[in-house]
Design a protein around this ligand. Structure first.
Ligand SMILES: Cc1ncc(COP(=O)(O)O)c(C=O)c1O
Length: 384
């Protein structure tokens, strides 16, 4: 059954870009990678040291299925510090990344045929979590002028026909924040709010809000991959309404048993000690963001809503080519800059390109010079 449901799983186009980039690198070309959504910083020292210490101290057995109590308490403290809300460690499930947290939540609330409202464009993996448990992802086109986020009015109009709505703020691929009124409207609706908060803490303008500020009856996904540069550690968490926890716990016990113990101790150090590192990385991301916004505008791209967070820009490139896959591969082949085709994020992203600024300012500067050359000589035989 599950296999059947996965037949229309879409593969990740960004991986095809990356694979072609690797081929070019094998041929000796220097590719600048602006396609990948992974911080280019090493995990902070204090976090790596905590992991080494955990291994030395032989703290390496299974943990409680919901996660180390110390870590769950620190997550609650973090949500209190940042948003002034009170959650209980029993509502937190520590998972091997944010991705499994989404799968657990989908498995917990969706029955066959249940509809989940998503923006189009959206993070490419969302529909797969919904489909895997028999749910139906429903894509609603959102406007570039609205930062590709739902309006509160739209949420109110669509609420009736959907079991849940998935919101992502700041978002991948657009870097924009969900407006507070939209979050409020979603939390006040009959839909269950699934709030992906993985890019919280990487907001350069404005302020991010958790769905938990507006309702206790929501599922929040968060993790350590982005803010703490811990992608490969595989550590995330789910905050869930209390009455759902027994079922979530049964799933977790069966499918995961418990999340990697060393990664959990490292995550605790991240929450307790790595804030100065986060601030430093955030400052650097912001500098790159401002440079890229200005430079892309200079190159003739429009950006009606400037991204406020995460490390992405999503720009309309349809004046160069309306087929974003063809355009991304052409840029890669001709000037060796990797970018992600917008259509990877849903049909609403067609004609757009996602630029990730998880690369050094020096490399981004070089990538923009190459892009300038690409635009100037596009279609001319002299550009090799
Ligand atoms: C919006 C969004 N949610 C979730 C994830 C998954 O993150 P994790 O590494 O915690 O599984 C990503 C990864 O790129 C993402 O961009």
């Amino acid at each position: 059954m599950a296999r059947e449901l996965c037949d229309d799983f879409k593969s990740f186009l960004v991986m095809s870009v990356l694979e072609r980039a690797c081929e070019l690198e094998r041929e000796g070309k220097r590719v600048i990678h602006l396609e990948v959504g992974e911080p280019d910083f090493p995990t902070p020292d204090c976090v790596r040291e905590a992991a080494v210490k955990a291994i030395r101290d032989k703290r390496i057995g299974y943990t409680h299925s919901l996660g180390l109590l110390e870590l769950r308490e620190a997550i609650c403290a973090e949500y209190h510090r940042r948003y002034g809300i009170d959650i209980h460690p029993d509502q937190v499930v520590v998972t091997p990344g944010t991705s499994p947290a989404m799968l657990l939540a989908a498995g917990c609330i969706l029955n066959t045929g249940d509809r989940v409202l998503l923006t189009d464009p959206h993070y490419a993996c969302y529909p797969n979590f919904v489909r895997f448990v028999g749910g139906v992802p429903v894509f609603h086109p959102v406007r570039e002028a609205d930062g590709f986020q739902f309006r509160s009015q739209t949420i109110r109009e669509l609420a009736g026909g959907h079991k849940a709505v998935l919101l992502n703020s700041p978002a991948n691929p657009t870097g924009t924040l969900v407006p507070m009124e939209t979050l409020e409207a979603a939390c006040a609706s009959d839909m269950t709010v699934l709030s992906d908060e993985i890019y919280h803490g990487l907001v350069y303008e404005g302020r991010e809000h958790t769905a938990l500020e507006f309702t206790e009856d929501c599922f929040v996904f968060n993790g350590f991959s982005k803010r703490y540069a811990m992608t490969g550690w595989r550590l995330g968490y789910l905050i869930a309404p209390r009455h759902h926890v027994p079922f979530l716990q049964k799933m977790q016990q069966s499918f995961v048993i418990s999340t990697n113990t060393v990664a959990q101790w490292a995550g605790l150090a991240a929450l307790q000690e790595a804030q100065p590192d986060v601030e430093r990385m955030k400052g650097i991301f912001d500098q790159r963001r401002r440079f890229l916004i200005d430079r892309l505008k200079e190159l003739g791209f429009s950006l009606p809503v400037e991204p406020q967070g995460a490390f992405y820009l999503f720009v309309n490139a349809s004046h160069l080519d309306t087929d974003s896959v063809r355009l991304a591969f052409d840029i890669l082949n001709k000037v060796q800059v990797g970018v992600t085709p917008g259509v990877d994020f849903g049909p609403g992203g067609e004609g757009f390109l996602r630029f990730s600024y998880a690369n050094s300012l020096e490399n981004i500067e070089e990538a923009m010079s190459r892009l300038e050359l690409y635009i100037a000589y596009r279609g001319k035989p002299s550009l090799r």
